[in-house]
Design a protein around this ligand. Structure first.
Ligand SMILES: Nc1ncnc2c1ncn2[C@@H]1O[C@H](COP(=O)(O)OP(=O)(O)OP(=O)(O)O)[C@@H](O)[C@H]1O
Ligand SMILES: [Mg+2]
Length: 235
């Protein structure tokens, strides 16, 4: 079976300087794949390439086995690819409700989008008229996730969901992510620190200096690699 999302020998550069040197990754429907690695490894760039926001210098981007290399971000979004960027993709000056209701370009009605979001995140329903910028960090991340789900994604790309959040909140967010995957979505999660996401990941890849250094099941050979990578860090 072909993966829902596949990166084949992906190379990418900024101003002619290569930062991805042949990244291979695949995410099946219903799977959570964690992409880990230190600062500057190329994790965000990998997600940006997968969403079509950053161009491929070489290699291939496939969706459901179909070659989408070079496709525009809008076409990838239409095909079901949804990126929740680093640093919370919400509009701080709009209310929670308006942040959710503006995600209707996928053809769902505004009411439907709102109902789905508030069912999954009841706390957001309570704060529907609050300005998004005044939500707590965890609530803002929930709103970012809710906005992502409103697009009805087939492939969900999450960049550092846990950044700046308490472990308890991170655990709750990742429970939601696991549930999203159980509904058949292919989820690619980027995290710098490992522990938060390992509990829900089906597969882990470690990116170091623009190349996947190791990948496998989270319980497998990766432990030594991860502890070496994060030695002295709070992971
Ligand atoms: N807009 C840009 N212009 C030039 N270089 C960039 C740009 N964005 C990223 N880079 C460089 O590309 C490399 C990979 O960056 P990227 O943001 O993908 O790393 P990352 O793994 O997400 O890091 P972090 O954990 O710090 O978020 C880094 O060396 C970075 O300096
Ligand atoms: Mg990053």
């Amino acid at each position: 079976m072909s993966a829902l999302l596949e990166l084949r020998d992906v190379r990418a550069a900024y101003d002619g300087v290569n930062v991805l040197h042949g990244v291979d990754l695949r995410v099946d429907a219903g799977q959570v794949v964690a992409l880990l690695g230190p600062n500057g490894a190329g994790k965000t760039t990998t997600l940006r390439v997968a969403a079509g926001i950053h161009p491929l210098a070489a290699g291939g981007l496939l969706l459901g086995g179909r070659d989408m290399s070079g496709a525009a971000p809008r076409d990838l979004a239409r095909a079901g690819v949804c990126l929740i960027p680093e640093g919370r993709g919400v509009f701080p000056n709009l209310s929670v409700r308006d942040n959710i209701r503006m995600m209707t370009f996928t053809g769902r009605s505004r009411d439907e989008v709102e109902v789905v979001a508030f069912e999954r995140f009841p706390i957001l329903a309570k704060r529907a008229s609050q300005t998004a910028g005044t939500l707590s960090g965890g609530e803002q991340q929930m709103l970012a996730l809710a906005r992502g789900l409103a697009c009805d994604p087939a492939v969900l790309l999450l960049d550092e969901l846990s950044m700046g959040l308490a472990p308890l909140i991170v655990g709750q967010l990742y429970e939601q992510v696991a549930e999203i995957a159980r509904q058949g979505v292919a989820v690619l999660v980027v995290e710098q620190f490992a522990t938060a996401v390992l509990g829900i990941a089906d597969h882990v890849a470690v990116l170091v200096r623009g190349a996947v250094k190791q990948q496998g099941h989270p319980d497998g050979v990766l432990r030594a690699e991860l502890s070496a990578l994060y030695l002295g860090s709070p992971a």
